[in-house]
Structure formats: C-alpha cells, structure tokens
Write a protein that binds this ligand. Structure first.
Ligand code: FAD
Length: 380
C-alpha cells in the first residue's frame, strides 16, 4: 500500500531515486574521502527541480505539497553518503526557508531563484562555541550603523561552511533582551570581516563540509535583515520544526536501507550449515527492527498530516526527532552486529552508516532537548 502518496509522488520518487543511484552513489567514496562534494551537485539538482519543491513557481519552485518533501527526503536519505544528504537538506529545508517565509520581496527576488537553481548554496548558522542547546545565550551581535549591521562573533559546527554562498546568521540586535533580542541576517560569502575555517575530521557525515565562521566588524547591508528586527528567535523556533522533521524523515529512510542491507547479508551468509537469516534470533531481531521502523514512519506521516493541516506540530515533530533517532541508532548497532567482523570494515556501508547516524541524537536539537520540549508541553 502506498498511501498517502499519489501517482505524481510515485513519479517524483522514481526520479529522485534514479538520480541518487546513477548520479550520486557512484561518487560517494571519493566525496567522503575529500570531506566535501562538488557544488555542481546543487546545480544539477536545481536543473532537475529538486531544490524548490514547496516554493512558489514565481521563484522557480514547484509549488508542491509536504508529501513531495517526504518523498524527496526518503529518497535522498538512501544516498550512500548521508553527509551529502544532510548538506543538501540544509540548503533546501534548513536555511532557504527563512528567506522564503520571512525575507522581504526584494531579498527573495535577489537570492531565492539562484538558490532554487542551485547556483547559490545556503547554510544556517545558529550554534556558537559557547553552546548550541541554549540558543538564547548566543553572543554574536549586530549593531546598526547607517545602512549596515556591524556583525561580531563566531559560529561553529556550520554545515556547508565551505560550499555555501549565503549564511543565515542568528545574532543579537538587542543583547539585553535575551531571546527577544535575536535577529537573523543573510550574510554573503565574501563580506569583509567574514572568515571561514574547516573543522577537524568528524566521526561521520564526512562528505558534508563543516566549519566555523568568524565575524569581525562585518558590514552586512541592513536590507539583508530577514523579516523584522528582534523576531529572529520566533523564526528559528518555527524553522527548527521543519529542520527536525525533514532530517528525521531522511535518516529513518537511511535506517530502512541499512536494515534491507542487513537482511540481504543475513540471507547470503552461511554458518553452522545454514543461512544466518534462518536462525530464529536473527529473524526476530530483523522483524523487531522492521516493526520499530514502521512505528517511526507512521509517527513521521502523522506529523506530515499535522503540518499539512497547518496545525502546531511542535510536540509531534519533537517526538519524531527523538524517537526516530533512537530507532535509527538501534538499527545501526544491530545491523552492524549482524555483519559480524565485516560490519567493522569500511567496504560495507553499515560501517559508514553506524558513524553517520549517531549525529542525529545531537544535530538539529539534541534528544534531551526534544524530551524537554515534550515534557513542557505535557505540563510537567
Ligand atoms: C556534524 C554537525 C553538523 C552541524 N550543523 C549545524 C549547522 O549547520 N548549523 C548550526 O547552527 N548548528 C549545527 N550543528 C550544531 C548542533 O545543532 C549542536 O551541536 C547541538 O544543537 C548541540 O549543541 P552543543 O554541541 O553546543 O551541545 P550543548 O548544548 O553544550 O549540549 C551538551 C549536552 O547537554 C545536554 N543538554 C542540553 N540542554 C539540556 C537540558 N535542558 N537538560 C539536560 N541536558 C541538556 C545536551 O543534550 C547534550 O547532551 C551541527 C553539529 C554537528 C556535530
């Protein structure tokens, strides 16, 4: 049963899957080793119409629905470089939505079509060396001076730091007002005073370029303010919902693929005179993981329905992010175990998946932060 997807979604799914299998997967070992992938990938995805799925046609988008985003994330989640998946989602669903939803018409006209064509790559800069979970405590400041904001401070763990042309930077325009003093600025690469440094090698997500940003008296044109001054925290709280949802869809799909790989392996591997998949302990382990993945997927689809209805999805999206990350990490651990020693060898994708997937208990809001949000909404 393919409910809730239509024929159009099925055609779109095929197109994304073909692209991932034919144009991405053959190169992922090279890109993982390089710690980055070529920007041409974005241009190609722009040509294929993958970068503006839910954006208005007037900017070059497809004007499609949330289920098209689900399809896109599920298929991109099957890329054998989850780092690439993450980087692309940062562009499509974690940075550019701030421009689309809150940017002035002039700013949208200037940058959005180029982002949808993949000519300009986006990054979202929230986290600072002093902390990521406590966003209101950020120290980066922007002081208005004539026609510019003068930006000072630093950001760390920024995905697409090297490939990005446009940084959506959270900063304090009123440092005395706590979260009510946060704004968001669109900072172009090449702005004087902006320097970028690649972070040392990560545990996983190797093809995704992660770096630090330093702003030293960086003049950002005042018209690059996203939305209104001091409303940034509200925009970020909204934006993070989408970020958490799309990442959960993608990594749950990656986990489904890891399970399929493990099933194939168990059906081929022979020991004690039979296939590994014929041992009841293995069969039950695989069945249990499939059950948990199905529960994760149904939670995600319910969240998509809530988002589609335009209702507040904060609680269910937080549940998705926390629950799906736990399930995906369990899938990684158990499926690596099924591969025995071969699971520990890079030649098998499960080794990379095991390293990659661990990020999702941390990135886009940690599991602890998700449960804190849920607990507050439970009134406890
Ligand atoms: C590969 C990678 C890519 C990333 N990409 C981006 C990006 O593109 N843009 C961006 O802005 N950020 C990005 N991040 C940063 C990421 O969002 C943060 O790492 C994350 O939000 C956690 O912040 P922190 O690392 O400062 O940990 P901290 O906030 O210092 O948390 C440390 C520990 O304290 C726990 N904790 C926090 N609050 C509570 C609480 N109330 N109760 C109990 N425990 C708590 C946390 O769960 C965690 O276990 C990325 C991180 C990585 C590793």
């Amino acid at each position: 049963m393919d409910y809730p997807f239509s024929e159009e979604h099925r055609i779109f799914r095929k197109a994304v899957r073909r692209f991932v299998e034919e144009e991405l997967n053959p190169h992922v070992d090279e890109w993982e080793a390089a710690g980055i992938f070529p920007k041409d990938v974005y241009r190609r995805m722009g040509e294929l119409g993958f970068l503006g799925i839910r954006y208005d046609e007037q900017y070059g988008g497809a004007g499609a629905d949330i289920w098209s985003t689900v399809v896109f994330c599920e298929e991109l989640g099957r890329c054998r470089s989850r780092g690439l998946t993450m980087s692309v989602l940062v562009h499509t669903d974690m940075s550019s939505p701030y421009l689309y939803k809150y940017g002035s018409e002039a700013l949208k006209q200037k940058f959005l079509p180029a982002m949808i064509r993949g000519e300009k790559v986006g990054a979202i800069a929230l986290t600072e060396p002093g902390g990521g979970s406590d966003l209101a405590a950020m120290r980066t400041t922007a002081k208005k001076k004539g026609a510019y904001y003068i930006l000072n401070g630093s950001k760390t763990f920024i995905t697409n730091a090297l490939n990005a042309d446009l940084f959506f930077v959270a900063c304090k325009t009123d440092p005395s007002a706590g979260h009510r003093g946060v704004s968001m600025l669109l900072v172009e690469k090449g702005t004087p005073g902006l320097s970028i440094q690649k972070l040392p090698k990560k545990l996983g997500m190797h093809a995704s370029d992660t770096g630090e940003l330093f702003f030293e008296n960086c003049p950002v044109p005042a018209e690059n303010l996203i939305g209104e001054e001091n409303k940034g925290f509200y925009y970020i709280m909204q934006g993070l919902q989408n970020e958490r949802f799309v990442s959960a869809v993608a990594f749950t799909s990656s986990a489904q693929q890891a399970l399929e790989d493990a099933i194939r392996y168990a059906q081929e591997r022979e020991l004690f005179g039979k296939k590994l998949s014929e041992f009841q302990i293995t069969r039950h382990k695989l069945a249990k993981l499939q059950t948990k993945l199905e529960a994760a997927r149904q939670l995600l689809y319910q969240a998509a329905r809530v988002i589609e209805a335009g209702e507040d999805a904060t609680t269910i999206v937080s549940m998705c992010k926390a629950f799906c990350a736990d399930v995906a990490c369990e899938v990684a651990d158990e499926c690596l175990q099924i591969h025995g020693g071969y699971g520990y060898i890079e030649e098998y994708d499960i080794a990379r998946f095991y390293r990659d997937i661990r990020l999702w208990k941390i990135g886009a809001g940690t599991t602890e932060v998700m449960y804190e949000i849920i607990a507050k909404r439970m009134g406890i």
